[in-house]
Ligand binder design. Structure first.
Ligand SMILES: NC(=O)c1ccc[n+]([C@@H]2O[C@H](COP(=O)([O-])OP(=O)(O)OC[C@H]3O[C@@H](n4cnc5c(N)ncnc54)[C@H](O)[C@@H]3O)[C@@H](O)[C@H]2O)c1
Length: 150
């Protein structure tokens, strides 16, 4: 997709994969909204690339709806959504100190799985309203995952 002038949302954009994706999209001419739970880091990246930083917890329904509304108000409905927000509590199912902590596993599922689904469902609802571009392309949702899942 030619992303020049296209509105894009990137979650987890304050660091790592999300920040790199936001930078790459902006370099290619996209209007980028950077969604992250950490507004300090995402605002730094946004300042650097001319994007807009919006604080948002991807696992929270109303929070993401409000963040999407803020992004839409500035850049219009997004044709590109990339989910990079996530956490990686690395622990074995049974380690030296005993079994994996259930609370940290629950939190990882809440953010990495439910958060990603939350972003997809709300992005898709917005994207339904967008017409096909002259190139024949319409919208794009990209989710990141870990090979550790396999
Ligand atoms: N970096 C890798 O090589 C790699 C490989 C496989 C999988 N992953 C996974 O991809 C995701 C991103 O990796 P990364 O290296 O960029 O991590 P990172 O820690 O550098 O960045 C993750 C970003 O997500 C944000 N975030 C965390 N919880 C959030 C929430 N609830 N709502 C909104 N934002 C939230 C953080 O503030 C941070 O800015 C992680 O889930 C990671 O496990 C990374």
């Amino acid at each position: 997709m030619d992303v020049n002038g296209i509105s894009a949302l990137v979650t987890g954009a304050g660091s790592g994969l999300g920040a790199a994706t936001a930078r790459a999209l902006a370099k290619a001419g996209a209007k980028v909204a950077l969604l992250d739970i950490n507004l300090t880091t995402s605002a730094e990246v946004a300042g650097e690339i001319g994007g807009v930083a919006i604080q948002c917890d991807v696992s929270d329904g109303p929070n993401v709806e409000a963040a999407f509304q803020d992004a839409r108000d500035v850049h219009g409905a997004a044709r590109i959504v990339v989910s990079c927000a996530g956490i990686a509590p690395s622990a074995r199912i049974v380690g030296r100190d005993g079994p994996h902590d259930l609370e940290s596993f629950t939190r990882a599922i809440q953010i990495n799985l439910i958060g990603t689904f939350n972003i997809m469902r709300l992005a898709a609802a917005d994207m339904q309203t967008l017409e096909v571009l002259e190139t024949g392309e319409r919208v794009l949702i990209v989710n990141t995952a870990s090979i550790a899942g396999f």
